[in-house]
Design a protein around this ligand. Structure first.
Ligand SMILES: Cc1ncc(COP(=O)(O)O)c(C=O)c1O
Length: 338
């Protein structure tokens, strides 16, 4: 099966599994797992940050970052479409008692910085205390360029706020822009970096940032159940991924372009493709039949009126062509029936 549901579906390669099997481990709750320490140091170094902290998931890393930046009753300004706002169970509100102030994402995925500034609350007892801005890059497969990231950092600094980045797919942005992550993310206080998306590990996220903030994030990580013991076995997959799977993200981007072009050639409406995500419009009435047809043809995908297809290291050009053919046979068949 070609699985285009997400880049989270990848299976660890034989070489990654070998690295995991050979990992030297300790007890990371005591802070002495050497492989976790190496991963945290490598990730922090790549981002030009002082420290890193290993988490089981991106959801937990984002939440622990919010808890490190904010107190109960503080506020975070973030996008209406941000994963941290929309897809993490409302953890910031539920578990951290931090009020989200969502703003509409613009078509390019950014937040209008004038709107961000206008949403910062004055120092008045009626309001929550605005403490944090949180951005996401890539967002919906779209890249926030460095100039925008720098402007957001400058706004945060000018208004005395902290700034966090959900960088679940920051390496896709970095590869697309041809810019090292340390440059792209310069000025952010914390960045949450997923290893289990395009980078292909079975699990794991590293939160990188200033030393004092990362130290603060240790308590919420423990509280949330994310402090693991012989975590070096998982961390080894992260080390392998950072050392071997970053530059190859360009192949996923090329495959996404190929898929986008192939679907456009079938007459389907496809959003411009930037990284590893393709969004294609499908008539709502066709979704159930399309899912079944694709599955029969060996393609796993979630059909929706704005359907997302994601490329990753377990899909090659041949798989992409198979998916294009499967869409083609479905829409030719439906046209014949009309
Ligand atoms: C942008 C973004 N941030 C955070 C996460 C959360 O990661 P996890 O699934 O590891 O909790 C995801 C997961 O898909 C994501 O897409």
């Amino acid at each position: 099966m070609i699985d285009l549901r997400s880049d989270t579906v990848t299976r660890p390669s034989a070489a990654m599994r070998a690295a995991m099997a050979a990992a030297e481990v300790g007890d990371d709750v005591f802070g002495d797992d050497p492989t976790v320490i190496r991963l945290q140091e490598l990730a922090a170094g790549m981002f030009g940050m002082e420290a890193g902290l290993f988490f089981p998931s991106g959801t937990q890393s984002n939440l622990a970052a919010i808890m490190a930046h904010c107190q109960r009753g503080d506020e975070v300004i973030l996008g209406q479409d941000a994963h941290t706002y929309k897809y993490e169970g409302g953890g910031g509100a539920v578990l951290a008692s931090v009020q989200p102030q969502p703003l509409a994402n613009q078509p390019d995925g950014s937040l209008d910085l004038a709107m961000v500034e206008a949403a910062i609350k004055p120092d008045d007892m009626h309001f929550a205390i605005t403490r944090l801005i949180a951005l996401e890059n890539t967002i919906g497969g779209k890249v926030l360029p460095r100039a925008y990231m720098a402007d957001a950092v400058a706004l945060a600094r000018r208004r005395g706020l902290a700034i966090h980045l959900d960088g679940a797919r920051i390496f896709n942005a970095s590869v697309k822009l041809g810019m090292p992550v340390r440059e792209l993310c310069a000025g952010f206080d914390t960045v949450s970096v997923c290893l289990s998306k395009g980078l292909g590990t079975p699990a794991g996220t590293v939160l990188v940032g200033h030393g004092a903030l990362i130290d603060k994030a240790r308590r919420p990580r423990k509280m949330l159940g994310g402090a693991m013991r012989q975590a070096g076995i998982i961390a080894a997959s992260g080390l392998y991924a950072l050392e071997n799977n970053v530059a190859r993200l360009s192949e996923d981007h090329a495959n996404a372009q190929r898929l986008g072009k192939g679907l456009s050639a079938l007459g389907l409406e496809v959003d411009p493709v930037q990284t590893n995500m393709v969004f294609v419009r499908v008539p709502a009435a066709s979704c159930a039949a399309l899912s079944a047809h694709l599955a029969n043809a060996g393609v796993k995908a979630i059909a929706a009126p704005r359907m997302r297809l994601v490329t990753h290291l377990d899909v090659d050009e041949k798989g992409i062509d198979l998916a294009i053919d499967a869409f083609g046979s479905f829409f030719r068949r439906s046209a014949a029936a009309d």
